[in-house]
Design a protein around this ligand. Structure first.
Ligand SMILES: Nc1ncnc2c1ncn2[C@@H]1O[C@H](COP(=O)(O)OP(=O)(O)OP(=O)(O)O)[C@@H](O)[C@H]1O
Ligand SMILES: [Mg+2]
Length: 383
């Protein structure tokens, strides 16, 4: 009997699918914006593009695919275009660290030590020009960076790269900013807002039929054909467009993965509707495996401390001092250094994992999050 999975890694958040059904139009649009750069790059001006839309609806994947297509176009014309993709939620750090990362990606043989932030960009531009290379920068989750740091000058810098040496062509042809919403505009100053441009490209959530299509195409790669039926796919698609999940395809892929694992361990021939229901009841759309992986150890410990404090108090909200107590206990249990939970609560709040009304009222963002304690603890122990 063939197993449930053909290749379960095809459901992983790190896998970039070959096919992107229902985002072809967006890919074309993005490629179109930069298409003339591939024919006459030196006359093509620095172009800023913003992509906005809800969580898990294919923004990052679409932009990455578009960049790949543009690289191919440049290559066809015997030109070199390199893409620097930065996820600011993962990368973190200040402007300095972000520019250093840019340099590593785009000009690996250029030393960045001892340079100021401005010098790094200046040298990068010169390097690209000297080496006849062009670049595209993708700044993913820019809203996260602006919400967590006080310094928004990165937007100012990157949208004015052409002004560093105004009389010379700027070899960075495009900067694409990706965000979930434009709420962060309120934290920008007028100069930043003006060069950013106020007209983002908006990605609409997928419809029920579209989600079904997308999941079918992902399942073909991940599951053995008899292991998953269209009834299960339709069920997961319906869950995906429910207000609770709000169209997040990432959650749908997780659900399929966990349901497949459950089918395997229960020894059924295929994934059943019951297994999907069971997994959906236990997991929480408010946190996905990808998000868990993105958390630092201290953030994980803080989150578990919140969960435990809530459980022991049997209340919807607890006070900071309760959480501190549980964090200290956890640190001891794990044999790690004691930490200041309040340093991490802010991040957890921005990630919408916890709700902080005041220091006396701290709760979880999604009720089902409390079910996740074993998964979180596992991750903490893995280090
Ligand atoms: N049209 C599609 N076809 C196949 N897979 C898709 C499609 N759209 C999204 N996905 C998958 O869904 C997951 C989420 O997509 P992606 O990471 O691009 O979302 P996002 O809009 O950037 O979300 P976020 O705002 O959370 O960063 C990825 O694993 C991606 O491969
Ligand atoms: Mg994304």
């Amino acid at each position: 009997m063939p197993g449930i999975f053909r290749d379960r890694t095809k459901l992983s958040p790190r896998y970039v699918p070959e096919e992107l059904p229902h985002r072809q139009q967006q890919i074309q649009q993005i490629v179109h914006v930069f298409s003339e750069a591939a024919t006459d790059p030196d006359r093509f001006p620095l172009t800023i593009l913003q992509v906005v839309g809800n969580a898990g609806i294919g923004k990052s994947t679409t932009v990455i695919k578009s960049a790949k297509a543009l690289e191919d176009r440049f290559a066809q014309n015997h030109l070199a275009l390199k893409t620097a993709y930065i996820n600011l939620k993962l990368q973190g750090g200040n402007k300095f660290a972000i520019y250093r990362f840019l340099l590593e990606r785009l000009a690996p043989d250029l030393p960045s030590q001892g340079l100021s932030a401005e010098e790094m960009l200046r040298y990068l531009l010169r390097y690209l020009r000297d080496n006849k290379q062009y670049a595209l920068i993708i700044m993913d989750e820019i809203d996260y960076l602006i919400k967590t740091s006080k310094d928004s000058s990165i937007i100012y810098d990157l949208t004015r790269l052409n002004e560093f040496e105004p009389d010379k062509p700027c070899n960075i042809k495009g900067v694409i900013f990706i965000c979930r919403s434009t709420d962060f505009y309120s934290r920008l100053d007028p100069a930043e807002l003006s060069t950013l441009g106020r007209v983002p490209m908006e990605f609409q959530p997928y419809s029920l039929e579209q989600v079904s299509d997308i999941l079918s195409s992902r399942c073909k790669q991940a599951f053995n054909s008899r292991a998953i039926g269209s009834d299960v796919i339709d069920q997961v698609a319906r869950i995906t467009i429910s207000p609770q999940v709000n169209g997040d395809v990432r959650y749908a892929l997780d659900l399929l993965l966990y349901a497949g694992n459950l089918a395997e361990s229960q020894g059924t021939e295929h994934v059943t509707l019951d297994q999907v229901r069971k997994v959906h009841g236990q997991t929480s759309p408010s946190i996905t495996t990808e998000e868990i992986e993105q958390l630092s150890r201290n953030q994980l410990v803080s989150l578990v401390a919140v969960v435990r404090a809530l459980k022991s108090r049997k209340k919807q909200y607890v006070e900071l001092k309760d959480i501190r107590l549980h964090a200290a206990e956890l640190a001891e249990q794990l044999g790690i250094k004691k930490m200041e939970v309040e340093d991490h609560l802010d991040e957890l709040k921005v990630r919408k994992l916890i709700e902080v009304r005041s220091f006396k009222e701290i709760g979880l963002h999604g009720a089902a999050l409390s079910e996740l304690e074993p998964i979180l603890m596992n991750k903490v122990k893995q280090g």
